[in-house]
Design a binder for this molecule. Structure first.
Ligand SMILES: Nc1ncnc2c1ncn2[C@@H]1O[C@H](COP(=O)(O)OP(=O)(O)OP(=O)(O)O)[C@@H](O)[C@H]1O
Length: 288
C-alpha cells in the first residue's frame, strides 16, 4: 500500500515525543497460586530500538506486558521508562493489541480521536487535526467516516495503530498485532510498521510468534525460554534498512538468521518436550 502525505500534512505534523529507553532490571513475578513466571529477568531497549520478542506459549509474554503497563507489579526488581518507574496509564506508553478493539459505534476518525479527547489537552479542532494526521499516516484519511464494520480487518488494525500513534507514545508495545490477519495483509502491515517507525522513531517492543515477522522488523530478536527462564538467547539483526518484503526476505543473511532462529526455537520447545508448545509457533517451523 502506498500512503501519500501531503506537504501540508508534513508541515502540520505534530512532533512526537522523543523515544524512550526501557529498563527491566532483575524482576521476579509469581501469580498468587505460586506459578513463577519471571525470576530475576532483565531486558533493556535503547531509545528508538525495535525489539521483537519471540517465545513459546506460556513463557510469560502477556504477563510481561501487564508488568510493563504497570497493571501487575513485580515482587522484586524494577521497570523504568526513561528512568521513571512504570505506572498505569503512563503517557509515554502506547499499545496495539491482536484485536483492534475499536468502538463499533464510532467512525475511524472518532476512534482515533477518542484517546485525544480523554487527554483533555487539545481543543476539539486540534484533536480532529491530529486524528486526521495519523489516519493519513496509515493511509486511511479517505475512510475516516466509516464505521469499523465497514473496514477490512487490516484497515481496522491500521485504525488501531493510528489511535496508538496519535497519543505519540515514546514506547510502543505491540502484542501480536497482525496475528489474526492473512499473510498478504500481514506482510503489508509489517512494511507499514517499519515506515511509520522510521518516520516517528519510537522505541518498539513487538511480541510475535512468527520468526519471519520478528526478523523482518527488528533491530534485535529476543527469544524467551520457558518460564521462569527468561531470556533464552538474543540475535542482533544486521539487515540493511529500509527493508521491503520483496528484497529483504530473500537476502541470504535473512535466510541464515531465520534458520538459526528456527533452531533456537526448536531447542526451546524440545527442552520442555511439550508437543503443545510446538503448535504455538508459526507454521514456518513445522514446514521446514
Ligand atoms: N492469573 C494467573 N494465575 C496463574 N497463572 C497464570 C495466570 N495468568 C497466566 N498464568 C500462567 O503464567 C504463565 C505465563 O502466562 P502468559 O499468558 O504470560 O504467557 P504467554 O507467553 O503470553 O502465552 P501465550 O503466547 O499463550 O499468550 C502461563 O503458564 C500461564 O498459564
Amino acid at each position: 500500500m502506498t500512503t501519500h502525505i501531503s506537504p501540508a500534512d508534513q508541515q502540520n505534523s505534530p512532533r512526537p515525543r522523543p523515544a524512550a529507553s526501557l529498563s527491566i532490571d532483575h524482576i521476579s513475578f509469581s501469580y498468587p497460586n505460586g506459578h513463577e513466571v519471571f525470576r530475576s529477568f532483565s531486558l533493556h531497549a535503547k531509545p528508538g530500538e525495535f525489539v521483537s520478542l519471540l517465545g513459546p506459549s506460556g513463557c510469560g509474554k502477556t504477563t510481561l506486558l501487564n508488568l510493563l503497563s504497570g497493571f501487575q507489579k513485580p515482587t522484586s526488581g524494577s521497570i523504568t521508562i526513561n528512568s521513571q518507574k512504570v505506572r498505569p496509564e503512563m503517557p509515554e506508553l502506547g499499545y496495539v493489541f491482536q484485536s483492534p478493539q475499536l468502538f463499533p459505534w464510532l467512525t475511524a476518525l472518532e476512534n482515533v480521536r477518542f484517546g485525544l479527547r480523554m487527554q483533555h489537552s487539545l481543543s476539539p479542532k486540534e484533536q480532529i487535526e491530529k486524528a486526521r494526521h495519523y489516519l493519513s499516516l496509515v493511509g486511511l484519511d479517505q475512510s475516516r467516516n466509516r464505521l469499523p464494520y465497514q473496514l477490512s480487518g487490516g484497515m481496522q488494525q491500521r485504525v488501531s495503530l493510528a489511535r496508538a500513534l496519535a497519543l505519540e507514545p515514546a514506547l510502543l508495545l505491540m502484542d501480536e498485532p497482525f496475528a489474526a490477519l492473512d499473510a498478504i495483509t500481514r506482510n503489508n502491515l509489517n512494511e507499514e510498521t517499519l515506515r511509520l517507525w522510521s518516520e516517528l522513531g519510537q522505541t518498539v517492543l513487538f511480541i510475535t510468534h512468527d520468526i519471519d515477522e520478528a526478523l523482518f522488523l527488528a533491530d534485535r530478536v529476543v527469544v524467551l525460554g520457558i518460564a521462569p527462564q527468561g531470556i533464552h538467547s538474543q540475535q542482533a539483526v544486521d539487515l540493511p534498512r529500509p527493508r521491503t518484503n520483496l528484497d529483504t526476505r530473500k537476502l541470504p543473511r535473512f535466510v541464515d538468521m531465520r534458520t538459526t532462529l528456527m533452531g533456537t526455537i526448536s531447542e526451546v520447545i524440545h527442552s520442555t518436550a511439550s508437543a503443545a508448545n510446538i503448535n504455538s509457533f508459526s507454521g514456518s517451523i513445522k514446514n521446514d
